[in-house]
Design a protein around this ligand. Structure first.
Ligand SMILES: NC(=O)c1ccc[n+]([C@@H]2O[C@H](COP(=O)([O-])OP(=O)(O)OC[C@H]3O[C@@H](n4cnc5c(N)ncnc54)[C@H](O)[C@@H]3O)[C@@H](O)[C@H]2O)c1
Length: 345
C-alpha cells in the first residue's frame, strides 16, 4: 500500500472524540496529532492515543509537514478562522457542519480551496448514510414518480448550545439531505422559532423551503422536546418513503401509496382514486456513516478527488441557514435565495 495519509483533528470535544476514534483506526491513515485549546480536554484525548502528538494551537498543526489532512471539529464560530489558516498552509481540510456561520466566509473558503488546489470537505454526515443513499437512488431512478415534498424532524431533549441556535446546530443535516434529494436551490426560505431557555438562542425552529418547480420541504428542529426523532418523509407522485434513523434495522419503508387520476373523467369526484398497496422494507447496510465519511476524506486527499460533500455543498447549506436566520428575525417573512457566484458554482 502507498504511504499512509497523515491526519490531525482540531477540536476533540464530544463529537471530535468520535472523529479521533475513527481516524485512529482507519486503513491507509496515520493519526499524527490532536489539537484542543482546552488543556484538560487535550490531556484526556492525548492520553488515549499514545504516540499521537497533543498540541494546543492550530499553528502547530498548520506547520507540521507530517500532516496532510486536517479535520476541524471545534465549535462552530471557529470553523472559518481555523479552516482559513489550514488551507493557507496548504492542508486539505474537512470541516464539521456548519461550514461557517456567514455566507461570505463560506464563499471565501471555497475560493481559497480552489485557488490552492486543496480538498475542502464538509461534515454533512447523512449523505454518507446508506439510508439516505437509498432515498437518493429511488428519487433519481424515478421509482417514486415525481418528488413532491419532504418533511423532517430532528428533535430531542439534548445538548443546549450557547454559540449557535437549534437551527444552525441541527438543521445543516436536514438541509443537506433536502438539497441533495431536490437537486436544486430553493427559491425562498421562511422560518419561525422561539428562544425559551436563553435569550436570543432559538431552541425550536420550523423552516419552510419553496422550490421553483412547486416542490416544498419543511424542517422541524429542537433540543427542547420529549421525543427523540430523526425522521424524513419523502412524498412522490407514485410512492412515499419514510427514513427513520432511530429504528435499529428497519430504517426505510417504501409505501406503494398515492392518488391516481382516472384517464376518462366522468365527474370531478371520479377523477381521483386513492391507491394503498404494499409496504417494502429494503435491506440497508448498517455500516457506521461516520467511518464511511472519514474513509471518503482520506480517499479524496490521496486521489485528489472532489468530495461528495464539498465546500460548495457546505456553502449551499449555509446560504439556506442564513436566509432562515434572517426570516426568524423578520417574524417568518420569506427570504429569497440568491444564486451562487458563477466562479464558485
Ligand atoms: N456531524 C455531526 O453529526 C455532528 C454532531 C455533533 C457535533 N457536530 C459538530 O462538531 C463540532 C464540535 O461539536 P462538539 O459537540 O464536539 O462541541 P464541544 O464543545 O464538545 O467541543 C468543541 C471542542 O473544540 C475545542 N476548541 C474550540 N475552539 C478551538 C480552537 N480554536 N482550537 C482548538 N480547539 C478548539 C474546545 O476546547 C472543545 O474541546 C461543531 O461544529 C458541531 O456542529 C457534528
Amino acid at each position: 500500500m502507498s504511504e499512509r495519509i497523515g491526519i490531525a483533528v482540531v477540536g476533540t470535544g464530544d463529537w471530535g472524540a468520535n472523529l479521533v476514534r475513527n481516524f485512529a483506526n482507519l486503513p491507509g491513515t496515520r493519526l499524527v496529532s490532536v489539537c484542543d485549546a482546552d488543556p484538560q480536554r487535550l490531556a484526556k484525548t492525548a492520553a488515549q492515543y499514545p504516540g499521537v502528538k497533543g498540541v494546543d494551537d492550530v499553528s502547530a498543526v498548520a506547520s507540521d509537514p507530517e500532516v496532510q489532512g486536517v479535520v476541524v471539529s471545534a465549535s462552530a464560530p471557529s470553523h472559518y478562522p481555523l479552516a482559513k489558516v489550514l488551507l493557507e498552509a496548504g492542508k486539505d481540510v474537512y470541516v464539521e457542519k456548519p461550514l461557517t456561520l456567514e455566507v461570505a466566509h463560506a464563499e471565501e473558503l471555497c475560493r481559497l480551496a480552489k485557488q490552492k488546489g486543496r480538498v475542502l470537505m464538509v461534515g454533512h454526515l447523512l449523505l454518507y448514510h446508506p439510508g439516505v443513499q437509498y432515498l437518493k437512488k429511488m428519487v433519481t431512478n424515478g421509482d417514486i414518480g415525481d418528488l413532491l415534498y419532504i418533511y423532517c424532524q430532528r428533535v430531542n431533549l439534548g445538548k443546549v448550545r450557547k454559540d449557535e441556535n437549534a437551527l444552525w446546530s441541527f438543521a445543516p443535516h436536514d438541509l443537506s439531505v433536502i438539497l441533495h434529494l431536490m437537486d436544486q436551490e430553493p427559491v425562498d426560505v421562511a422560518a419561525r422559532g422561539a428562544a425559551f431557555l436563553q435569550p436570543g438562542v432559538e431552541d425550536v425552529v420550523f423552516v419552510d423551503l419553496r422550490f421553483a418547480s412547486g416542490q416544498m420541504a419543511h424542517v422541524h428542529v429542537s433540543w427542547l422536546d420529549p421525543h427523540k426523532l430523526r425522521k424524513f418523509t419523502v412524498v412522490g407522485s407514485q410512492k412515499m418513503m419514510v427514513f427513520d434513523d432511530m429504528e435499529a434495522s428497519e430504517k426505510i419503508k417504501v409505501y406503494d401509496k398515492g392518488v391516481d387520476r382516472a384517464g376518462q373523467v366522468v365527474s370531478y369526484g371520479d377523477a381521483l382514486t386513492v391507491r394503498s398497496g404494499d409496504i417494502l422494507i429494503p435491506k440497508i447496510s448498517l455500516q457506521e456513516p461516520l467511518r464511511l465519511e472519514c474513509l471518503h476524506f482520506v480517499e479524496c486527499v490521496r486521489e485528489r478527488k472532489r468530495p461528495i460533500t464539498d465546500g460548495v455543498g457546505g456553502l449551499r447549506v449555509v446560504k439556506v441557514l442564513d436566509a432562515a436566520q434572517r426570516s426568524l428575525k423578520a417574524g417568518g417573512q420569506p427570504i429569497a435565495i440568491d444564486p451562487l457566484p458563477q466562479e464558485i458554482a
